[in-house]
Design a binder for this molecule. Structure first.
Ligand SMILES: *Cc1c(COP(=O)(O)O)cnc(C)c1O
Length: 418
């Protein structure tokens, strides 16, 4: 896991004291390190592109802040978008449509039309979607998402590639669906699979590549030549202190070797979300209350599962530290819990912490991916701020919501007034 430096007992992030950031912007607040973001993009692009033509399509559902999208646009990234909202956010951030690929599931005709009208390539998920798209426009470049029968992920909820999954074309229908697309006049560009999210071992990635290569060659035998193989995302990052990073260099070497040796395909596409954004961001939350409940001790903070849902939803581990007592000796174990009125509202269980007190700044690590983007207004709490740190300077990249804004789209029928 990536850790940070302390200075006089205060954790430093992007050249700043976390206490200064918390004081200036309030809490809870997500803080992203721009240098790290650029570094992560360059590292994965560099590892793969030294062997073959590679396109990185950042899976933006991990984090769609416009400033973050701008940075990745500057770096030369492409985009994997899963909704019309994500497509429009990326266009707003300066991506041209040809750099975006749309991979939806259970996509409505309205959305198919909107996405294709914008000139964004569609990665078709089913035979039904293909027929419906053909009625809208069959003069489009497309690819297909297949169900590879290989799954991987940090939780059952995020495994997408296993046999019987709701995602993709089932194996028995793949060739037939491609042939049908050819008959309908589509310009067929590639093949795609996504196994799931958060894997730290290489086997599922080489397994899915084997399936993609086998299918690509079968398609070739059926007269369909593909330009690219898109192996989706899912590369994990270490969340626990002693967990090690995956060797992406080695993964790049073996996967590109397979493609170059066994196919005529010239371009490899990857869709990393978590790998690019996860460890660029911490969540700063303030200790409001410390409670000794006898059998358990609690650190009550101002961020709950409305702000970071991963622990409550997936039982995910996020490392926590007290930013203003950084490196100090731990005194006891605590659960770190939020202000939401549910007992499942927690950020961390049983963590040794250094004498937590009201006013301390609790730092939650690795919150860049599926952190803010999954936050909600539950308990009528406003969405929080986001800040970008770059070389010792901090800038606001999202203001917090006003409570009043939650009423914006609600209507009380006239007859209920007065
Ligand atoms: C979510 C998703 C990704 C990214 O997954 P990560 O684990 O964040 O890398 C890539 N491709 C598709 C189609 C996705 O739905």
């Amino acid at each position: 896991m990536r850790d940070y430096e302390g200075r006089d007992g205060i954790m430093q992030f992007g050249g700043m004291s976390v206490t200064d950031i918390a004081e200036e912007f309030g809490t809870p607040v997500y803080v992203t390190d721009e240098a790290r973001l650029r570094e992560n993009y360059r590292s994965i692009y560099g590892e793969f592109s030294k062997y073959m033509d590679t396109k990185i399509h950042y899976a933006c559902k991990a984090n769609t802040n416009l400033a973050i999208l701008r940075i990745l646009e500057q770096e030369g990234s492409g985009i994997d978008a899963v909704s019309i909202g994500e497509v429009m956010s990326c266009l707003k951030a300066g991506f041209t449509p040809d750099r975006i690929m749309y991979t939806g599931v259970n996509v409505s005709n309205e959305e198919l039309k909107a996405v294709s009208d914008l000139g964004v390539m569609i990665n078709v998920d089913s035979a039904s979607e293909l027929e419906r798209l053909a009625k809208i426009n069959s003069d489009l470049p497309i690819s297909f998402r297949i169900t590879p029968g290989v799954g991987s992920g940090h939780s059952d909820k995020v495994i997408t590639g296993a046999k019987g999954s709701k995602f993709g074309i089932p194996e028995k229908d793949i060739i037939k669906t491609y042939l049908r697309a050819k008959e309908l006049g589509f310009d067929i560009k590639g093949i795609h699979a996504h196994i799931g999210s958060g894997g730290l071992v290489s086997e599922p990635f080489t397994d899915v590549m084997e399936v993609l290569i086998r299918t690509t060659n079968e398609l070739k035998d059926n007269g369909i030549d593909l330009e690219f193989i898109d192996m989706g995302g899912g590369i994990g990052v270490p969340y626990r202190p002693n967990e090690l990073e995956m060797d992406v260099g080695e993964l790049a070497m073996s996967l590109t070797d397979m493609v170059l040796e066994e196919t005529d395909v010239k371009t490899l596409i990857l869709e990393p979300g978590r790998y690019i954004i996860c460890d660029t961001t911490v969540l700063l939350t303030k200790c409001i209350d410390v409670k000794d409940a006898g059998v358990k001790k609690y650190v009550g903070v101002d961020a709950g599962f409305n702000t970071l849902v991963r622990p409550a939803m997936y039982d995910s581990y996020h490392h926590v530290a007290i930013g203003n007592k950084f490196g100090k000796a731990c005194t006891a174990k605590y659960d770190v819990v939020g202000p939401i009125c549910e007992s499942g509202d927690y950020l961390a269980h049983d963590r040794a912490l250094p004498d937590p007190e009201e006013g301390d700044i609790v730092v939650v690590y690795n919150t860049g991916a599926y952190g803010f983007s999954m936050s909600s207004n539950y308990n009528s709490r406003p969405l929080c701020r986001e800040v970008l740190v770059n070389g010792g300077k901090a800038e606001l990249i999202r203001d917090s919501e006003l409570i009043e804004e939650q009423w914006r789209h609600q209507r009380i029928p006239e007859r209920l007034i007065g």
